[in-house]
Design a protein around this ligand. Structure first.
Ligand SMILES: Cc1ncc(COP(=O)(O)O)c(C=O)c1O
Length: 444
């Protein structure tokens, strides 16, 4: 092979895929199932897209474009981490709908997606080789976000073995953290931050107030930054829904991490928000960081130029956010749709006795199909994953990249397809499970 013309890091990048299931996603998305037109089509349920409420938002954006003149600031450079009027509108929107406490726009930064925000946080807070702790299972792409440029290592902290242990929510506590940090320190590693996703990707679990406050206190005391990614803050499941309420018997309270930031007022606490999921506009690329650490924000601002949000996007989103009635309607409808699609999936999983984590938010169902594995290995998980796709056209994300040790767990995105296609996908999963069980009993 000829010698590479790239840098060492460029060479590494040539072989570091963002995720393993993207190529199949594009294949499946180009061959979507349709009852009449494409009955042998596919069901891509692996990419975290929320397509439930785009119709509503699209017509709102079309109205804005029809009825307004685009302001002149849109064509020029503006603030690196957001135009002042955009940050002002984000602060108002977040205060009312996301954080429920007053957000000062001076403590906000906008970048091209939460991906950019996470990468910049890793860069600003860590040195090359430092470690970030993530409770497993956890969003696979964080690995690349923190490692590719900032060189930060991901440590997957295992708090449980079986999905059934997650019935009452995430298990992470300060004991887990102390043990993990001690063992990493003994290996000469420095832990710089803990990254929580709340609601969580992939489990949909939500940390309670008490849990988050205890963890935050521990982090501050141990001089470890705590970043809470609330990217799915408004993508909640209505747990009072008639088909769900029995699965959530415990009283539950959770507040936005911004409230903890306000009450503790520490330089070690930071929050992330974004528009890719709650508003289903991943293509518009808006991620937000909120921190009261002024030094952090200064460094972030000076590094963020390659990640600026397009001004046209900033303007149109700020116009959407200025319509209070629309926002109320949109958020309500989005929660109703997400709850419905979640029910569609979990009703069948209950019937066929497939274990899953009881979600309170996000776009996912995290399920356990390990009974169909020939052995607890990545290879066996890949075989099962491909079999579901090849036999039934249903594409999930295999658990491997999520950092958990138990193989055979998969993530399903319930917000990608419209209700009729999702129902068909779920029927196919049921058929797959029943066929497997039949074959297994026949061979016994
Ligand atoms: C937890 C989490 N963080 C970040 C991202 C990336 O989001 P964005 O489109 O804002 O870059 C995702 C997307 O799936 C996610 O689930």
């Amino acid at each position: 092979m000829s010698e590479s013309t790239l840098s060492r890091r460029g060479e590494i990048a040539t072989t570091t895929e963002l995720r393993t299931d993207m190529a199949l996603f594009f294949e499946a998305n180009g061959d979507l199932w349709h009852k009449k037109k494409n009955p042998d089509g596919k069901f891509p349920l692996n990419l975290a897209e929320n397509n439930q409420s785009w119709d509503l938002l699209k017509s709102k954006m079309e109205d804005i474009l029809k009825n307004n003149s685009i302001p002149d600031w849109v064509s020029n450079y503006t603030g690196i981490i957001g135009h002042p009027s955009f940050l002002e509108s984000i602060a108002k929107f977040m205060s009312k709908h996301v954080t429920r406490c007053k957000i000062n726009p001076d403590h906000l930064g906008a970048s091209a997606g939460s991906t950019a925000v996470i990468e910049l946080c890793a860069w600003v807070l860590c040195n090359h080789g430092d470690v970030a702790i993530l409770p497993a299972p956890c969003y696979p792409v964080y690995t690349q976000d923190i490692k590719m440029k900032a060189g930060v290592e991901r440590y997957d902290l295992i708090t449980h073995h079986d999905i059934s242990e997650l019935k009452s929510g995430p298990l992470l506590n300060t004991g887990h953290l102390a043990t993990a940090v001690r063992s990493l320190n003994q290996k000469g590693k420095i832990v710089k931050f803990l990254l929580l996703t709340n609601p969580d990707n992939p489990t949909g679990l939500v940390y309670s107030d008490t849990q988050i406050i205890q963890i935050a206190n521990w982090c501050v005391k141990n001089k470890i930054h705590l970043i809470v990614n609330e990217l799915y803050a408004l993508s909640t499941i209505d747990t009072s829904h008639k088909d769900l309420k029995d699965a959530y018997p415990d009283k539950f309270k959770n507040q936005s991490f911004a409230q903890v930031i306000h009450s503790m007022n520490s330089d070690y606490l930071h929050m992330i928000y974004g528009f890719s999921k709650d508003f289903g506009i991943s293509g518009m690329r808006i991620g937000i960081v909120y921190s009261k650490n002024e030094e952090f924000l200064k460094a972030y601002n000076n590094l963020a130029a390659p990640h600026m949000v397009s001004n046209l996007t900033q303007w149109i989103v700020q116009e959407v956010l200025s319509d209070k009635n629309f926002l109320k309607r949109y958020i309500k409808k989005n929660i109703e749709s997400l709850t419905q699609s979640y029910v569609t999936v979990t009703k069948t999983l209950d019937k066929i006795k497939i274990p899953y984590a009881p979600s309170r938010g996000s776009l996912f169902v995290w399920m356990d199909l390990s009974e169909f594995l020939s052995e607890n290995t990545e290879e066996a998980e890949q075989v099962l994953w491909r079999a579901l796709y090849d036999e039934q056209g249903v594409l999930l994300t295999p658990g491997t990249g999520f950092g958990h040790t138990k193989r055979g767990q998969f993530r399903l995105v319930h917000s990608f397809l419209k209700e009729n296609a999702l129902k068909e996908a779920v029927k196919r999963i049921k058929k797959f499970v029943e066929n497997k069980r039949r074959k297994n009993t026949e061979t016994k």
